[in-house]
Design a protein around this ligand. Sequence first.
Ligand code: EPU
Length: 350
Amino acid sequence: MQVRHHTDLTSYNTFGLAAKAAAFVSLRHAAELRDIIRLPEYRRDTVLWLGGGSNILLSRDYPGLVVHMENKGIRTLSHSDGLVLVEAQAGEIWHDFVLHTVSQGWSGLENLSLIPGTVGASPVQNIGAYGVEVKDLIHSVNCFDLETESFVVLSNAECGFAYRESLFKQAGKGFYVIVSVVFTLKDTFTPNLKYGDVSDAVAKLAEGRAPTAKDVSDAVCAIRQSKLPDPKILGNVGSFFKNPVVSAETAAALLAQYPEMPRYPQPDGSVKLAAGWLIDQCRLKGFQIGGAAVHDKQALVLVNKNRATAEDVYRLAEHIRRVVVEKFQVELSAEPNWLPRPEFYERNTK
Ligand code: EPU
């Protein structure tokens, strides 16, 4: 285990913001955690446990220790009664893991194909796409408890999952390092084709035969590739804003004015709106501040057009929030985390 100093983080965050880490170390095995917490550079309140860097925005040089989670390994824990319990280490690349499960003939994760990032990051914001959230498949999360300095297992219920939320973003922040995740998958295939786009694309691929999990994975990849920029080519962090949830009354008032507005009624009576649609209606696709711009194919994604600085991204996000509030009286909140979190950025991270 080698600690490096003043390490360039540009290639460790998918937006491609230029920043350096005061100290940087790669973790290849979970057991190394015990050594990491003894490093002179380690401080529990400032350490950054970094996965694929696809949900962070670096506001400036990182003053503390960055630990890059690179622990790999996938193993089947049990397989009976049609259910497969499979454990993947935190440093596994999410999409590679999804493809592995699909190639084994297991189903459950296919709708979550091509989401950037690592397995260890997937529970943190409860990644979701095309009618599935990862919480639906997570059995338990293996963590290292930084307070007791011991390995612990959190059940699905203990993780406090909600839309793009979990214990790891709230009360558990700074306490748990996610070491591996255990998923419950099926060895038979029940398609989840709630999304019209996915259903159409799968029907085309299957050409009349019964669709497979691989068909769904291929369809999702094709849809994502047509709308979402590849972070290797155009820096981005996926959806920049969460889809806002408003009261039934607010939704009804907006619908009276915009009958075509996409909306997703929630079980508790509230209504989730499509942030991308709201931004698009404000004619902001392609709008640019400095090197940061609104993606021209999907308004919910901000992209690094040309050496964007943190300031460019922040100003662009604030502009979008302001314009959307003016037109729709709906507040957007950012999905990625600004790091470090100076006062200046607080408003954007609520
Ligand atoms: N829309 C527009 N213009 C746009 C973008 C979207 O009119 O520029 C409309 C679409 O036509 C559609 C609605 O808004 O009627 C919703 O769009 P879409 O189905 O593309 O999904 P989204 O709400 O923009 C969410 C997730 C994505 C996920 C997709 C598919 C959030 C914040 N985002 O996006 O997740 O891939 O659904 O399930 O919930 C991510 O979190 O990084 C991410 C990409």
